[in-house]
Design a protein around this ligand. Structure first.
Ligand SMILES: NC(=O)c1ccc[n+]([C@@H]2O[C@H](COP(=O)([O-])OP(=O)(O)OC[C@H]3O[C@@H](n4cnc5c(N)ncnc54)[C@H](OP(=O)(O)O)[C@@H]3O)[C@@H](O)[C@H]2O)c1
Ligand SMILES: [Zn+2]
Length: 341
């Protein structure tokens, strides 16, 4: 099959397009998906370079967002039937720990992430457990905005941050794959949204998605502007940028407010005031993907047209390295997808 493989970790040049990678066969309980589109996520860049603490068998196939058609059913699987349009929930839990039994494989101790621990969607075919395969009625390139970026935004805002009607939500990088979903989910929940981006074009796109206040992180005094909009601070803030935006984020929180952490773009460690945290009743919470139920709930919102996936650029599979360049350069708006033909 055609695939973009990673024979060894490295820069964009490490990605290699091949036409003769062995096509996998579905094992017991698995489905073989004929991939039609796959998304590029920031984690693919980290994974390409070598994910800290996770040694992958190489060559590896990246890609946690998989949308396509059911191509074959493994032993013991009786549906969905061949040809059904589907999207894949990207996490596989151990199935035995208390979190898995509670339907939360994203908190499983021995979780596996398709595209990270297992071969992903940068290929003509991909395998997934039958339970992870969800039928869809939306275009493939829209569907790939849901499994990783969309799901994390949904899980973070709805169930971890418990964002509510009338609250103020702030996000750094609202024009990215995760940000474009987060803005819309926050508006759907009835919050006021303040979002930053690095160019005027991105600010425009965030306004169109419903952001109430948009700020240019290179030109505006972010903390000063937020103070004018929210004199008591923001209720919920999503920070995937990391240490560089941590202190400003911390200072912008309302008393009792929550900061969600879900990314490490500028580093993995930071310092913060324990004293201020308890004095101001602050919560700092980690967000890692989400559950299958949450993904289904988000898919329903997309199918109803309430959330509109922002499919920024779609490239042919062979141009995966260019897709990585777009993600790394920060030029892109919304999701970068790869079309698999
Ligand atoms: N924990 C999880 O489960 C999970 C799941 C999905 C994604 N993530 C993480 O979420 C992050 C975003 O993912 P994505 O797919 O949305 O990536 P993306 O589409 O590349 O968007 C990233 C955005 O970050 C902004 N940014 C970059 N550096 C910044 C800085 N120093 N200050 C403020 N903003 C900055 C950029 O916007 P401007 O340059 O326009 O400001 C860019 O639009 C990544 O770190 C990813 O690893 C985590
Ligand atoms: Zn488990």
């Amino acid at each position: 099959m055609k695939a973009v493989i990673l024979p060894q970790h490295g820069g964009r040049e490490a990605l290699r397009f091949v036409s003769d990678f062995p096509t996998p066969s579905p094992g017991k309980g698995e489905i073989l998906v004929r991939v039609k589109a796959t998304g590029i996520n920031y984690v693919d860049i980290v994974n390409r370079q070598g994910y800290p603490g996770i040694a992958l068998p190489l060559p590896h196939i990246l890609g946690g967002d998989i949308a396509g058609e059911v191509a074959a059913l493994g032993e013991g699987v009786d549906g969905p039937k061949v040809g059904t349009r589907v999207v894949v929930y990207p996490l596989i839990g151990c199935g035995q720990c208390p979190q898995c039994l509670d339907g939360k494989p994203n908190i499983c101790l021995n979780w596996k992430f398709i595209g990270l621990h297992l071969h992903g969607g940068y290929a003509e075919y991909a395998l997934a457990p039958a339970a992870n395969v969800l039928p869809i009625s939306i275009p493939f390139e829209e569907a790939v905005t849901v499994p990783v970026a969309g799901l994390t935004a949904y899980h973070g805002l709805v169930n971890v941050g418990e964002l509510k009607l009338g609250q103020i939500f702030f996000i750094w990088g609202g024009a990215g794959g995760l940000g474009t979903m987060a803005i819309q989910i926050a508006k759907h929940l009835g919050a006021t949204v303040i979002a930053t981006a690095g160019s005027e074009k991105k600010l425009e796109s965030m306004k169109k998605l419903g952001a109430d206040h948009v700020l240019n992180r290179f030109k505006d005094d972010i903390a000063g502007e937020v103070k004018k909009i929210a004199p008591f601070g923001v209720d919920l803030l999503l920070n995937y940028v990391g240490p560089q935006t941590f202190q400003t984020s911390f200072d912008m929180l309302k008393k009792g407010g929550t900061m969600l952490l879900c990314g490490i773009i500028t580093g993995r460690e930071t310092n913060f005031s324990i004293h201020q945290t308890y004095l101001r009743h602050l919560s700092i919470k980690g967000v890692y993907l989400g559950t299958k139920d949450e993904m289904q709930a988000l898919l329903r919102l997309v199918e109803q047209g309430i959330i509109r996936p922002y499919a920024g650029v779609t490239l042919p599979l062979a141009e995966a390295a260019e897709g990585h360049r777009l993600v790394e350069s920060g030029e892109s708006i919304g999701k970068i997808a790869l079309r698999v033909e």
